[in-house]
Design a protein around this ligand. Structure first.
Ligand SMILES: Cc1cc2nc3c(=O)[nH]c(=O)nc-3n(C[C@H](O)[C@H](O)[C@H](O)COP(=O)(O)OP(=O)(O)OC[C@H]3O[C@@H](n4cnc5c(N)ncnc54)[C@H](O)[C@@H]3O)c2cc1C
Length: 549
């Protein structure tokens, strides 16, 4: 072997670091939203999630993608998906950290911060690997909707909330923990679920209430190995929400046929599928004919997770970019010391911190649903956070990738994670209600009687902190009133999001971060690409705060 060169000026990968201890934006958001929360568990989880072992699991779970086995070798239908052991290892950690239904356990509810704690942990887990958070998120989100069938909820709640994972396809009562998914989207309609054609015929009543036989299909059915699903189907009273278990009481498989797995841009470790129901057995959840509002109770909480997930991915991309540019030299200096690179990194850091602040604020609303203001905030901030944070994600990932130069675009090895982040980013914006649907939903929410006053109350702590924010906040109520059609709904969603983000940063971030955010995003002293902050920005403070170690 002839050696042609030494390898130098390539960075050490960002590994074996604590995702919580190094994330000052997340710590500040927790101080604002859950000041009495003991963060020791989050810090321990941060160390686990930043370890090389977890990064390896994430890589393997994505490299060895799930495989569908529709039949056994004798021709019998089995409809099973086989995952790499690393997928299961990650699911163990996610359920062990209580990222699924745990916040709804009575013991957790007593802490007052169950959803906020879980949100911080969820965000950090996304930095390690987001794919398996799809079933984890759906298992978290299902409780508010499922409670409206008290008999099923009483049976399933212990396994939904317990910090346990059992991937086996077997009867729920024989498992320590269970997972749940959802099925709304059909070929002919996703956003417009009223177009669903799946039919549900009544079969009688039993201990779980009204039972139906379901025939039809779902075009996107992520996580088909979940133990049960909430689905929409047409009964004689209209679109209804049904509980559809994978395994029936006698131990037989329910008639859910997995047709194929989707070949997706990213999110590779998650087995998104297409399914058909051939007279599958399901039970009514909520009122017959009121399926859409019923299942949207689940959708609201998965939308929270889209915002949290994108905030986590932003933080991960920023951390990798900071790690790289702190070591790589060009033109006689570390990249992070080059003035224009400082501008790019600081701009990304502002975006990341604002995303963290908004998504953690939204999580707090779910901890305080007894409070009228927090109920309005959950309604308003869900579409705002889902729309704006997820919309910013892809742009953010591209710029963070560019900080690594050519290495950023390469798939293999540790740094290849940037390519994974980039491919993952658009997903949170599309699923659970794409951008336009969120903007229209916000408009609907803002037009409710109590919305304008609640928004003003939310922005009040930052009144007088920055003139541009004051101007924006003052104009919002008139803009909502004047908006005759939804043609400017995205613009409104963007501006409400920026106002709320700024108001949160005023309360939780250093003054330098707050003022740079307001100057650029609200005051107009900014360009159309990242890296266009004004020269007088305090880059040192912003970058020191953002460093992951
Ligand atoms: C990887 C992946 C996994 C998924 N997993 C699941 C799952 O487990 N369960 C499930 O039920 N679904 C799942 N989905 C489906 C997802 O929720 C839908 O794709 C999404 O809601 C959009 O629906 P659609 O694809 O039918 O697009 P459409 O509804 O056709 O929308 C297309 C575009 O039109 C826009 N649009 C729609 N209506 C309007 C309007 N009135 N005004 C302006 N613009 C409008 C939308 O914003 C979107 O940009 C998954 C999707 C993906 C990509």
């Amino acid at each position: 072997m002839n050696t042609t060169h030494d390898v130098f000026n390539q960075p050490d990968p960002l590994v074996d670091y604590n995702l919580f201890d190094g994330n000052r934006a997340l710590q500040s958001a927790l101080q604002l939203n859950a000041p009495s929360l003991d963060t020791a568990e989050l810090s321990a989880l941060g160390a686990t999630l930043g370890s090389e072992a977890m990064q390896t699991h994430a890589r393997l779970a994505n490299a060895h993608t799930p495989e569908l086995h529709s039949h056994d070798r004798f021709g019998r239908r089995i409809d099973q998906v086989e995952f790499h052991p690393s997928y299961h290892a990650l699911m163990e950690v996610a359920t062990g950290a209580g990222l699924h239904g745990t916040p709804f356990a009575a013991s957790e509810q007593a802490t007052c911060h169950a959803h906020t704690r879980r949100a911080a942990a969820f965000m950090m887990f996304t930095e390690t690997e987001p794919s398996m958070l799809c079933p984890i998120s759906m298992t978290y989100a299902v409780t508010p909707a499922l409670r409206t069938n008290p008999a099923i909820y009483a049976d399933w709640a212990p396994q939904l909330t317990r910090r346990a994972y059992d991937p086996a396809l077997k009867l729920w009562r024989n498992k320590p923990g269970v997972t749940m998914g959802m099925g709304m989207t059909e070929k002919q309609g996703g956003s417009d679920v009223r177009a669903n054609t799946t039919r549900a015929e009544p079969e009688g009543t039993d201990a779980w209430g009204q039972r139906f036989s379901v025939t039809g299909h779902k075009w996107f059915f992520s996580a088909p190995m979940c133990d049960a699903f909430l689905i929409l189907a047409q009964t004689s009273s209209g679109l209804s929400c049904l509980f559809l278990p994978r395994v029936l009481q006698d131990g037989s498989l329910n008639a859910i046929r997995i047709q194929r797995l989707k070949d997706k841009l990213g999110n590779k470790a998650n087995a998104s599928s297409e399914v058909e129901f051939h007279g599958a057995t399901a039970w009514l959840v909520g009122e017959e004919g009121r399926g859409i509002p019923q299942i949207l109770e689940m959708g609201t909480m998965t939308r929270l997770d889209c915002a949290l997930g994108t905030s986590g991915l932003m933080r991960q991309a920023l951390s990798i970019a900071l790690n790289h540019t702190s070591q790589r030299q060009a033109f006689g200096k570390r990249l992070i010391d080059q003035p224009l690179m400082r501008n790019v990194l600081a701009d990304l850091a502002l975006e990341s911190e604002a995303a963290t602040a908004l998504s953690m604020r939204l999580a707090r609303a779910f901890d305080r649903q007894a409070d009228a203001h927090e109920r309005v905030m959950a309604r308003l901030l869900t579409p705002i956070a889902k729309f704006w944070i997820c919309k910013r994600g892809s742009h953010f990932a591209q710029e963070a990738m560019e900080c690594l130069g050519g290495n950023g675009y390469v798939e293999e090895g540790g740094q290849g994670v940037m390519a994974r982040i980039y491919r993952e980013m658009p997903l949170n914006s599309i699923w659970e209600g794409a951008g336009n649907i969120m903007a229209i939903d916000l408009l609907r929410a803002l037009r409710k009687a109590d919305a304008a006053a609640a928004l003003a109350h939310e922005l009040a702590p930052a009144r007088g902190a920055h003139p541009a924010l004051d101007r924006l906040a003052a104009a919002l109520p008139t803009r909502v009133e004047a908006m005759a059609t939804e043609i400017e709904a995205r613009r409104l969603a963007q501006d409400v999001a920026l106002a709320v983000q700024a108001a949160l940063l005023a309360q939780s971030a250093p003054a330098e971060v707050f003022s740079a955010f307001c100057e650029s995003r609200i005051g107009g002293n900014w360009g159309h690409a990242f890296g266009t902050l004004a020269a007088q920005t305090d880059f040192d403070t912003i970058l020191t705060r953002a460093q992951p170690r």
